[in-house]
Design a binder for this molecule. Structure first.
Ligand code: PEP
Ligand code: MG
Length: 575
């Protein structure tokens, strides 16, 4: 039997079905009397203490086994669990309605989760699932039940579940779980993200798990989003071979992590990592990054109630510079606004936040904040090869103003006798179409460009990058976007400058040959994508990529370009 779902994680896996069905939580049906209210609230405090302890253990395990991105999920869970509005909500239901503490938790969690689950954006809906996961853990602790988890499974299985919460997947063993099928969720669900991190083929959103029985033979065709249950013997043999070939491919990719990103005709490409926190740099290095192409510093500002002091920022930037041992580290000045709100800055709500008071616009308007960051960056530049990058640049004036403030900071630091790199490289993100168009002018004022395709695509095509309803119109390989990318790369090269790319397109294997053919000097992406892209770069020649890029530029639609690029990759056995 063949079931069509949604692709969650690429690759082929075969195995016997293991249905993961959780022991249900039964919410006790009693109210507490006035004299027991305090005791009941005490149960909440005890359960919370156990919850935080468990989450911290999981966080450490995730950090060791899966990397900082996974660990951050549990860090976020710990923060959400400690949010006073959650505990206040639960306590007040016990106090005012005399509900038992489990029922009060269930109700409060439901209210909170529903706010997120009702949102249009898929990412925000997933945060609703996180809140439910925390509630589940709290209630299990209150009831003395075993926490959720997958550590009891043995053998080699295809895991079939309604959905998988972070708590489930944290104990997932890659040697045991060969493939994943979930009834719910899509490509942005936690289960899918985790499957991609662990490189386990996965299909999501198959509807229900009624068609699966424990022990059934199952094939997960992750790339196509298909599951085969009990196929014919001939098919089973064929799929088993495909699964083995996929494992071989993964092995090769891992082995290539430390190899150079050089094409077969000897052209070297900079393959860099994108990070959001200083401590992620080491992980990027293990995955084969030769530099950091985008350090999104806004997390430093978003985490705290206060603006981060110069000393705090300096320590963070210095850490990345030192961890990268002299390799380039491109640090972007804060890109607040748009979808990123700040607790420490009272930003006005706007009709069109992506077109509003954002990024460099805030920095230039608030030298008191911007100069703190620039000073920290300059001071950290004494410890490694830091480059400064300004986000959302649309005009030459903005670059001049930002650089004038940078010069002031340099003068101040020199007067204070502090060390910094006087020739620090300064570049800009190219993510506003006007900047792409005037890139030949902008190139005179900067050392490098980095193309932010996430924003460049949304602004060029007038397609909100967060709006799923128009997701199919979001086409980074649209001929219009491609022409802008070519224009920017050419403009930088004509003036001896370099162009990188740190938007998602840099990690899309379908785009790799085209981008290389257009002359992109540096590709920067989330660490987990580096091996895949490196393998492509090492398997092609610059010359053939130039032909592919030239041909792509003659095509009329994003679909044609995509199909063509895929066919070239497939021919080379790279898809
Ligand atoms: C981009 O716009 O492509 C980019 C890398 O910046 P961000 O995703 O942080 O807006
Ligand atoms: Mg951007």
């Amino acid at each position: 039997m063949r079931i069509q779902g949604i692709s969650g994680s690429r690759g082929v896996a075969v195995g016997n079905v293991y249905r993961y069905i959780q022991e249900e939580i039964v919410i006790p049906d009693y109210n507490v009397t006035e004299d027991k209210v305090e005791e009941e609230i005490g149960k909440f405090a005890t359960a919370m203490a156990s919850t935080l302890k468990q989450l911290d253990t999981i966080r450490k395990k995730a950090l060791d086994e899966m990397g900082p991105e996974e660990a951050a999920i549990f860090e976020a869970h710990m923060q959400i669990a400690q949010d006073p509005s959650l505990s206040d909500g639960i306590k007040s239901l016990v106090e005012s309605s005399h509900m038992n503490v489990v029922a009060a938790t269930a109700q409060t969690i439901e209210t909170f989760a529903n706010i997120f689950l009702g949102m249009e954006d898929a990412y925000m809906r997933e945060r609703g699932a996180d809140i439910k996961d925390i509630g589940d853990r709290l209630m299990r602790n209150m009831l003395g039940m075993n926490p959720r988890g997958l550590s009891h499974i043995s053998g080699e299985v295809i895991l079939v579940a309604h959905d998988l919460a972070p708590s489930d997947t944290a104990s997932l063993d890659k040697a045991v779980v060969k493939g994943i099928v979930t009834a719910a969720g899509g490509p942005t669900s936690h289960a899918a993200i985790m499957a991609r991190t662990l490189e386990i083929p996965a299909v999501m959103g198959v509807g229900d798990i009624e068609s699966f029985a424990d022990g059934d033979k199952a094939v997960v065709l992750g790339t196509d989003g298909i599951v085969e249950i009990n196929p014919s013997d001939a098919d089973w043999t064929e799929y088993t071979n495909q699964a083995l070939a996929f494992q071989e491919e993964l092995k090769r990719l891992r082995e290539s992590a430390n190899l150079e990103a050089t094409t077969i005709d000897g052209h070297h490409v900079e393959l860099f990592g994108n990070i959001g926190k200083a401590k992620d740099a080491k992980h990027a290095l293990t995955m084969g990054a030769q530099g950091i192409g985008l350090y999104r510093t806004e997390f430093l500002y978003m985490e705290n109630d206060e603006l981060p002091a110069e000393e705090i920022q300096f320590e963070e930037y210095k850490k990345v510079a030192q961890d990268m041992k002299g390799q380039p580290v491109i640090i972007r000045t804060m890109d607040i606004g748009g979808d990123k709100e700040l607790k420490c800055l009272d930003l006005p709500s706007e009709m069109n936040p992506f077109l509003g008071y954002r990024a460099i616009r805030i920095s230039l308007n608030r030298p008191d904040i911007f100069k703190v960051q620039l000073r920290a960056l300059l001071r950290a530049s004494a410890f490694g090869d830091i480059h400064i990058m300004y986000p959302m640049i649309a005009s030459v004036e903005e670059v001049k103003q930002a650089n004038a403030m940078l010069d002031e900071c340099k003068e101040e630091l020199a007067a204070e006798g502090k060390d910094f790199n006087k020739d620090i490289k300064v570049g800009i993100m190219i993510e506003v179409p006007a900047a792409a168009v005037i890139s030949p002018i902008l190139a005179k004022y900067v050392d490098f460009f980095s193309i932010g395709t996430n924003d460049l695509c949304q602004y060029t095509l007038a397609v909100d990058r967060m709006n799923e309803a128009i997701g199919s119109l979001y086409q980074p390989l649209h001929p219009g976007v491609l022409r802008l990318i070519k224009h920017v790369i050419d403009a930088s090269h004509e003036q001896g400058k370099f162009t990188g790319m740190c938007g998602e397109l840099a990690s899309d294997p379908v785009a790799t040959m085209i981008l290389l053919g257009l002359g992109l000097d540096e590709f920067s992406m989330t660490a987990s994508s580096i091996p895949l892209i490196k393998n492509i770069l090492r398997s092609v020649s610059k010359t053939e990529c130039e032909e592919v890029a030239n041909k792509a530029l003659t095509m009329d639609t994003a679909e044609e370009i995509t199909e063509y690029a895929k066919s070239v990759l497939a021919e080379k056995g790279l898809l």
